[in-house]
Each structure stands twice: as C-alpha cells, then as structure tokens.
Design a protein around this ligand. Structure first.
Ligand code: GFP
Length: 826
C-alpha cells in the first residue's frame, strides 16, 4: 500500500494522549482546521475540532499498521460489502484509544461536555440493517484481533432515508449525512480506478497468436477512494475502511461549453456522480435495477483493481495473489466480483482461463444472509448485456464449464443441471447471482446454525449435494465495545467490578459473572442501572413523541426493520388482546407494560408501512384510554439507527425476537438486547436457537412452531381462518381491528392486513398466536418476581459471551481466511 510515509516519534501536542495534549490539540484544530475561535465556535465546530484531534492520533497508528503489514507481507482479508452501518465514530474511537476520560476532561476545560459533542455527530447510515451493522462489527473485531483487513464498499452520498412520522405514517426524508463534511475520512485522489460500462467486446490475436478479448466500453467512470481508520480496541492496530465515490473521468466537456451548451458541459459529471448518490433500501426488488448493478460493479471493480495494485507493488507474481488476499463476499451484492476478477486476469493480465479460474476460486468466500427467495438477486440477461457485456460472456463461459462438470458427475440428471445453472431459463432469462457466488467461492457459509442447515437443505441444496465440503456455519456476533461499553457504561463498570475487567476484549470472561448471579446483595444495583437507562429512554421518548411512559413498567421492546416475517404485527395482536382483557376485567393482575417499537419500512413496501400505521393507531387508542392508562403504553421511536439503538438496548426488560421459525437468518438485535440484560421472548429461529442453548432454556421465553413444524403445516395446507374461527381471543383481537376500533371507525384502513392474515398468512401469525399469548403470560408472572427476574437477567449477560463478534471473527480467521495476528508496536 502506498500510504506509508516516514514515521517520526510522536510529538506530544500533535498526538499526545494526556489531558494537556488533548486540550491544546483541540484548540489548535479549532483554529487551524475548522477556522473558528472559541468566542464564536458552535458545538458542531467543537465536535469537528475534536474529531480531527482524534483522527490525528488514529493516523499515527494507521500508518504504522500499514507499514508493518507491508514489511511483513501479511495476508489480508478484504471484506466486500455494499453496506456498512458503523454508527457514530467519536465515542467508539475514544474507547479504542483508551482516552475517554482524558478527553472528557479536556473538553470540560473548554466549558463543554463530551456527551454533547458526541451527540453532534451525524450517523453514516450506509446500510439497511443487520447486514451492514454486522460488517461494521466485524471490522471492529478484525482490528481488535490484530488481523490485517480492508473493508471495501461504497461511499453513498445519501444513506438510508431518515424516518419521520406524520399522523402515524412513515415519511422518508433524504439523509444528507455529509452536509457538514465528514472529519473521519480522507479523500485519496491518487487512489482511483476507472470502470467501463456498456459498449461491446472485440476479439484479437495477441503476440503468441492466442485469441484474446478486448472490452470497448461505451463510457467510463472513476471510483475515488475515501478512507476511514478503524482502530482496534486496546491495541495499536488500525485497519482501513475504503469506500469508493463515483466521479466522472472528465468532469467538464469543453466541446459542449464552447458550443454554448452549458448544461451539457457538466452532464457527464452529474450522471457519473449519481452512481454513488444513494443507498437502495431493501425489499424493493424492482426499483433502480440498472443503477444497483452499476453500483455493485463500481465498488467491486475498484476494490479488486486496488488489491491487484497492492499485490503487484509488493513484487510478487499474480499466482501468489490467493496467498496474500482472501476476499469475503458479504451476501450476493458483490457477487459480480467473481466475473470481474476473471476479466481482470484474462483481459488485463493476459492469464489463461484455467489458471485464472483456479486463482479466482481460491480467492473468494461467500456468506449468505437470507433464505427469502425475493432477496436472492437475479439480473436479467438483457440488462447484463447492455451494461456489462464482457461479464456476461465470462459468466456464460463459467457456466458452460460448470455445467459440464455437473453432467459428468450426474450424467442422467438434466433437471439438476437446470436447477444449478447460473442462468435461470424458466421464463425471461436471468443471471442468478447467488449461484455465481457459490461456483466462484471455496467457502459458503450461513450466519447461524439453523440458517446454515436450512441453506444446505433448501435454497442451496443442490450446491450442497455437489460440494458439501464448501459449506460451513459462522454464527453471527456483535461488538461488545459498541453495544456494551459505549451504550451502557454503568452496567459495564459493574460487570468489570464483579466479573473482573477484560471482558470487553474477551467476552467469554462474562462467565465470571455467573457465580454472582445468586448474590442478592448485587440485585438492587443491577436494577438501579436498568432503571436509570429506562428513565433516560423515557426522557428521549417524551422528547421525540410527546408520550410519557413509566420507567417502572416493563419495557417490552421490538426494534428492527419492519417486515412481515419479523412479525411486528403479532406483537400488536398481543397488545390488542391484553388491552381488551384489561377492559373486560379491570382487576386483572398484570404488570404495567410499555411496548416500544422502532424500525424503518422500505419506501415501496406497503404492508410494512401499514404495520407502522397500525402500531401508531393502536397506541393512540390505548394511550388515551383512562381504563388502561397506568397499565399499558405503546410508543414508536422514530428513525431507528445505531445512535438510537444505543439508547434502546440498555433500557429493555424484554426483547422481542418473534419471527416465524425458518425466516430470520440469524438476527443480531437478539444478542445486543441480551448483552444488556434483557430477557428474550422468541421463536426457535436464527440465532435464538443458540442463544437459548447458551443462556439456558429456563432463562428464555420460548413459543411458537419450529421450522420443521412450519414446513409440515404448510405442506398439509395451512388454513389461517381455522385458527381465527377456533380461538375466541384471536377472533376478538382481529375483529376489533377489522371493525375500526383503531381507525376511527374506518373499516377499510387495516383491511389489507386483516384479509392477508385471514386468507393467506404467509408468516403464520395466527398459528403462533395462542402460544405467544401464553408465553407472554409467563413473562408477566416472571417479571413480577423481581429477584428471580434479576437473576435471569444476570445469567443472560453472563452467558452471552459466545455471541461476541470477536469469537466469530476468530472462527472466520481460522477456518476460512487462514489469517494470523500481526502485532503493531507503538
Ligand atoms: C440480515 C438477516 C439477519 C442477519 C443479518 C446479518 O439482516 O437475520 O442477522 O443479515 O447476518 F436478515 P438484514 O440486513 O436483513 O437486517
């Protein structure tokens, strides 16, 4: 890598870590970088000055890291991901550098509070949800575990939309997170690559007389690197997140300008820059197909060109590339990388097909994150041909060799060949990106044990038959730094005191808390910390929504993307049932509850948006009704993102993980809640299965069908209407909804939802309803025994260590990436 410069001993003011050095650097940066002086500086100015102060210290580590990796020719993992949700950087970086307290003090000296400056940071919302957040946790763990890694992705100018709520409906507002600039990133104009689009291919003879292919693109665009340092926690290593921004190869067309066409002169610039303008929301398969394909191609191509550049600069031959680099495909979005690496090797580096294919297959590994058929990307052949004609040729050729291999092994099974083909020929022809990823990778993994098993049994069954040895499971994990230390410092201080320090870098040490879970003298403090977090959330909720909630009530929380399979509406059905039970029997003995929801719905996903409206509508009636006033509250926290999440997880008593079994690949919110001492009510889905095993069945509220039962019920012809007819409680809840109780008498508003549940119910809410209600009754009884609840809460924390992203990254390093730690010395 060419970022290395001469390193000098760090000069105390420039990169010192004492309060004095930080204070002086802060004022220095305020003046020289931000261009303000204290008398006029705003909080935002101070935030920026502080961010630059921290970045200076990071740069020092980062350059030292790059230098060492280069000298040691370290093997590097490149994580290709279309999404990253890193969350605000300031607090996280202070924690990693170990200068939280000194910085707090330095900031006090200028008359401000560190927490207020941390609040000033705009969140980089470069992801939809779990997948992007997982990538960020893995980068954190890779640096902490001292593994050489580069995270590659796209620098979207507008991240995931911000969510406003208007009369109970979601309204999308564009997210201009770069408006005030981004002090963490460095633009690297000299690290830029061109990519082609469209055009045609030509054949020619090279000087050995071999036929070669040249792609003559219709247009070219540049991707320019924007780098952010990712420091490890408590170590000197600092890795790199490199995001590409699209730019025009020529930003000004003098021909048009001279001819008087002033707009035409910049048209290309605008068109090119559009490519990395906006992150596409999930669940919108039909919008912006072409742009999405180009986005994926842009970041994949720039990243691979960058890796090849770094590799060749090290003086080794291309044949050694798979020794130096391993590339993890985070879902199918970057799967085009398989064809792009082939193209670069064949067309740019003159390699022969066999060696290029061998090298490619030893380079890539693929993680699948979903079983939902609609999320498995397919691109029409026509689109491919228009946009990436050379890649289509390569894919077809890969397919030919691949299918020949299949036929050789299974000569009489043409149906198998058709199913495995990279091209879906059942209707209009499509390229199946997941198949491309499988064929081009030496490892294929799912993200929880159940998910991997289902993958091998359903969506990728034929690939599993073909190459069982490529399949492996890597159950997801979360960063204990981000979702422990940073989100819940008081709880973490208690953990360190009771269980000993060191758990933040080695979460298995949380186990040391286990013997203390029976010491009742600790319980009041445990509960006091939870209550404090609930009070803080209550203040935030009041501020955001105007709704006042009781911090002493049970905080029953479901925050995640809004999707029918995640079944937020099952949660609502329980609220309706409970509401009508209390109305009918005001003496009913049940703990007061505050139901908290949060999450975004894809702009084009009507049913998900209706579910948001439903939550608000039910909330409006329940919150206003004097008969249940002190017993039930329903709130929706708008604009759920990492920043908001850090307020929410610590305040939860109960974590709702209620997807239909077999639908949620893993889930990671389930882990974040448990780390913060919430108990889970959940199905046997995704990582819930393993969480329950770890924390103990007696400390987990289980309900619902298993995935095997779901399949069996579906096979035998599931009829949701039967559930409705046979269950008076369910009938009552649905009828209240249908009759307009929650919609001012409007019977049409929730009709689509009700009809879907009664007629189709793809996600089997009605089948799981009674089991859920019964389970909620068990939750209620358990919550009212405060000591036993506290013990269960402590045991959840003590036994959740396995779900640290450090554990899973170590597994990836050992079993897939073959990556060793490289220690960086100050
Ligand atoms: C997806 C899956 C989740 C899984 C994450 C990370 O999340 O079950 O935990 O990826 O592997 F659905 P979303 O990006 O869809 O939220």
């Amino acid at each position: 890598m060419d970022e290395t410069g001469p390193l000098t001993e760090h000069e105390p003011t420039r990169t010192g870590l004492s309060v004095d050095a930080l204070h002086r650097a802060l004022l220095d940066n305020l003046f020289y970088v931000v261009g303000r002086f204290p008398a006029v500086a705003t909080r935002q100015d101070y935030y920026r000055a502080l961010a630059f102060t921290v970045r200076d210290r990071l740069l020092h580590r980062w350059l030292r890291t790059v230098q060492t990796y280069k000298e040691e020719r370290s093997r590097t993992v490149c994580y290709l991901s279309a999404e990253y949700l890193p969350g605000p950087q300031l607090g996280h970086n202070l924690l990693a550098l170990g200068i939280f307290d000194n910085t707090r003090e330095a900031v006090r000296r200028v008359g401000l509070e560190l927490d207020d400056l941390i609040e000033e940071e705009a969140e980089p919302g470069l992801g939809n949800g779990g997948l992007g957040r997982l990538a960020a946790c893995y980068l954190d763990s890779l640096a902490t575990l001292q593994r050489p890694a580069i995270g590659y992705g796209l620098r979207y100018e507008f991240g995931i939309f911000r969510q406003r709520i208007d009369n109970g409906w979601q309204v999308e507002v564009s997210d201009s997170w770069l408006r005030d600039g981004n002090p963490w990133e460095l633009r690297r104009p000299h690290i830029a690559f061109e990519i082609g689009l469209g055009g045609h291919t030509e054949r020619y003879l090279d000087h050995h007389g071999h036929t070669r292919v040249r792609w003559v693109p219709g247009e070219t665009i540049r991707g320019v690197a924007h780098d952010t340092a990712i420091p490890g926690y408590g170590v000197f290593n600092s890795n790199l997140l490199r995001l590409w921004a699209a730019e025009a190869t020529e930003s000004f067309d003098f021909g048009s300008f001279n001819a008087g066409d002033y707009q035409g002169a910049v048209r290309r610039k605008i068109r090119s820059e559009t490519i990395s303008r906006v992150l596409y929301p999930n669940d919108e398969p039909e919008t912006g197909k072409r742009l999405r394909l180009i986005q994926g191609y842009l970041f994949v191509s720039c990243s691979l060109q960058d890796m090849l550049r770094i590799h060749l600069a090290g003086g080794e031959g291309l044949d050694r590339f798979p020794q130096r680099f391993v590339v993890q495909l985070n879902d199918t979005h970057p799967a085009i990388a398989v064809a792009e690496l082939m193209r670069l090797l064949l067309d740019k580096h003159g390699m022969e097909w066999e060696s290029a294919w061998d090298l490619t297959r030893r380079t890539f590994a693929y993680t699948n994150h979903t079983l939902l058929p609609e999320a498995l990307e397919k691109w029409s052949l026509t689109l491919f041909e228009e946009t990436l004609p050379r890649h289509l040729e390569i894919i077809l050729e890969i397919n030919q060799y691949f299918l020949d291999e299949v036929r050789m092994r299974f000569p009489h099974d043409e149906a198998l060949t058709t199913r495995l083909s990279l091209i879906d020929e059942t209707g209009p022809r499509y390229v199946r990106m997941a198949h491309l990823a499988c064929v081009g990778s030496f490892s294929i993994n799912g993200v929880a044990r159940l998910h991997t098993a289902l993958l091998a049994d359903t969506v990728l069954r034929d690939f599993h038959t073909l190459w069982p040895e490529r399949f492996n499971n890597k159950t997801n994990g979360i960063s204990p730094r981000r979702f422990g230390n940073l989100s819940n410092p008081d709880l973490c201080a208690l953990l360190s005191r009771v269980a000993g320090p060191g758990w933040a870098a080695d979460a298995e040490r949380l186990r040391l808390l286990e013997p203390h879970a029976h010491r009742r003298e600790i319980y009041p403090e445990w509960r006091r910390i939870k209550l404090e977090r609930k009070r803080a959330l209550a203040r935030y909720v009041a501020d955001q929504t105007g709704i006042v909630v009781d911090p002493e009530s049970m905080f029953d929380i479901q925050v995640k993307r809004i999707h029918e399979y995640k079944r937020q509406h099952l949660n609502v059905l329980h609220i309706i049932a409970l509401y009508s039970r209390i109305k009918m029997d005001p003496t009913l003995d049940a703990a007061p509850r505050t139901f908290v929801f949060g999450g975004k719905a894809a702009p084009g996903y009507k049913m998900a948006k209706l579910i948001i409206k439903l939550i608000h509508s039910v909330g409006e009636v329940v919150n206003r009704d004097p008969a249940v006033r002190d017993r039930l509250r329903v709130v929706f926290v708008p604009d759920f993102n990492v920043k908001v999440a850090q307020r929410i997880y610590p305040a939860a008593d109960l974590s709702e993980q209620i997807s239909l079994a077999g639908m949620e690949a893993s889930g990671t919110g389930n882990m974040k809640f448990a780390l913060n001492g919430a108990l889970t009510i959940g199905t046997l889905d995704g990582a819930n299965v393993e969480i329950r095993e770890e924390v103990g069945a007696e400390n987990f509220f289980l309900f619902g069908l298993t995935s095997a039962e779901v399949q069996a019920r579906k096979r035998s012809g599931y009829c949701p209407y039967d559930c409705y007819r046979e269950n008076p409680v369910l009938r009552e809840a649905i009828d209240l909804l249908a009759d307009g109780l929650f919609s001012h008498g409007d019977r049409a508003l929730f009709r689509p939802l009700v009809d879907h549940l009664l007629q189709q119910d793809d996600y089997m809410l009605l089948a799981d309803f009674q089991s859920y209600i019964d389970c909620q009754d068990r939750v209620d009884r358990a919550f009212r025994d405060a000591d036993s609840w506290t013990r269960m809460s402590m045991l959840n924390v003590a036994r959740i260590g396995r779900f640290s992203s450090d554990r899973v990254v170590q597994e990836y390093c050992r079993e897939i990436w073959r990556l060793e730690p490289v220690t960086i010395r100050p």
